[in-house]
Design a protein around this ligand. Structure first.
Ligand SMILES: Cc1ncc(COP(=O)(O)O)c(C=O)c1O
Length: 392
């Protein structure tokens, strides 16, 4: 017999994954160009050619297939630390970095390192729902904080929900699914509240900054680097989106020297990497990444897609906020039940994900990491869909 928890998870399997599979079937039936699959955040842009060259080059390194330090190769961590120092004016060396198996691996390792049973972790609605699974993996409790109409955190609600059991707060900006980048003002206010509460409860509250989309931003918008605002910040980063490498499972966790319990925390992250069964992040891709720390994919295609989609949808009469980053647009469902809207959209070969999969019913997520022609050709279909809904 499998565990009751996994039984529940099987019965409540990821809607996004299901849609992804459904999209594959629809494409076989109707042809790729006639299906508008906006379900999963799988990057559509090829990685820079240098990444593939660097992977090939890694094969020539002596003992490349061996076990290593659980935190990852020292030289790779040093290169990443130097790069962060240049970009964000930090003061890191290899000891501040633990290589991870993507952001998902990094988040699990971080939560495993921090949580005791029933510790609370605050997340801001709307949020990447895997957080709930990751937190519950380690018997933590998810505490949801609501957002305002611009999908920025409701800071009053935040302040009220922090209590002596609050162990961590997860921030994800640029945000999946809203595409919003939290303003510097929001970050200052949010971290001021956390500082005040740390003092009030004489407790450490860690800020976990989940940053897969840091580089996917538009119109030159700045994404604040959270360690500059709050010492107890753990940044989880991955190359899944910035270099289009989600299948390679590579990223890192960084912790500043002045984070509370720094030495123990770094040891905890390293041991957690081992005992969660990752042992270490994959060897070849670690070495390859070290050659590519200054690179990202060309994000201009996502920006173009964002513009075409946003303008097209607004012209059809849909309501949404223009994404400032990521490759997601969070659309207000024109009918109250967004799951019903997703079902109707499917009749038009449009696949979008219900907002309830991000704890925000009444909205749907459109992942525009597709070819630009897919976005362009979807607009007339969105229009037909809107006409149908309006005339029901
Ligand atoms: C907000 C967020 N965090 C974490 C992840 C997981 O990233 P990775 O594939 O690097 O594990 C994703 C993936 O889509 C994401 O959107």
């Amino acid at each position: 017999m499998i565990s009751k928890r996994i039984e529940r998870l099987i019965n409540n399997n990821s809607v996004i994954r299901e849609m992804f599979e459904e999209g594959k079937k629809l494409k076989l039936k109707y042809g790729e160009e006639n299906v508008f699959d906006f379900s999963i955040g799988n990057p559509s842009i090829e990685p820079p050619t240098k990444v593939n060259e660097a992977i090939k080059k890694s094969l020539n390194i002596n003992n490349i297939h061996n076990y290593m330090n659980n935190s990852g190769y020292e030289d790779v961590r040093k290169i990443i630390a130097d790069n962060l120092n240049k970009k964000f004016n930090t003061n890191y060396n290899e000891n501040n970095i633990v290589m991870s198996v993507g952001a998902a691996g990094g988040l699990n390792v971080t939560l495993h390192s921090l949580l005791n049973d029933n510790d609370e972790v605050i997340v801001f609605v709307p949020y990447f729902m895997e957080y709930k699974n990751y937190i519950e993996n380690f018997h933590g409790k998810v505490v949801e904080v609501s957002c305002n109409e611009n999908f920025e955190p409701d800071l009053k609600d935040f302040e009220q929900k922090i209590n002596p059991n609050t162990k961590a707060v997860i921030v994800n900006s640029p945000n999946n699914p809203s595409g919003i980048v939290y303003s510097e003002n929001t970050i200052i206010e949010l971290t001021n509240i956390m500082k005040k509460k740390e003092e009030e409860f004489n407790n450490t509250i860690y800020l976990i900054s989940d940053e897969p989309y840091r580089e996917i931003v538009f119109d030159g918008i700045e994404v604040p680097y959270l360690t500059h605002y709050y010492n107890d910040t753990i940044v989880v980063y991955c190359y899944s989106k910035s270099l289009s490498l989600p299948g390679e499972r590579i990223g890192f966790i960084s912790v500043p020297n002045n984070a509370h319990d720094f030495d123990k925390l770094i040891q905890a992250l390293s041991i957690s990497t081992r005992i969660l069964g990752f042992v270490n992040a994959p060897a070849l891709i670690q070495k390859a990444i070290a050659e590519c720390v200054n690179l990202t994919c060309d994000m201009s295609e996502y920006e173009k897609n964002r513009n075409v989609l946003y303008e097209g949808l607004v012209n059809c009469g849909y309501e949404c906020i223009k994404p400032q980053g990521t490759f997601y647009l969070f659309l207000k469902s024109p009918i109250e039940d967004e799951k019903e809207f997703c079902k109707i959209a499917k009749e038009y070969n449009i696949l979008v994900v219900p907002g309830s999969s991000f704890a925000k019913p009444g909205y749907v997520r459109i992942a525009f990491c597709t070819k630009t022609t897919t976005v362009e050709n979807s607009i007339p279909k969105f229009k037909e869909l809107m006409n149908f809904i309006s005339n029901r």
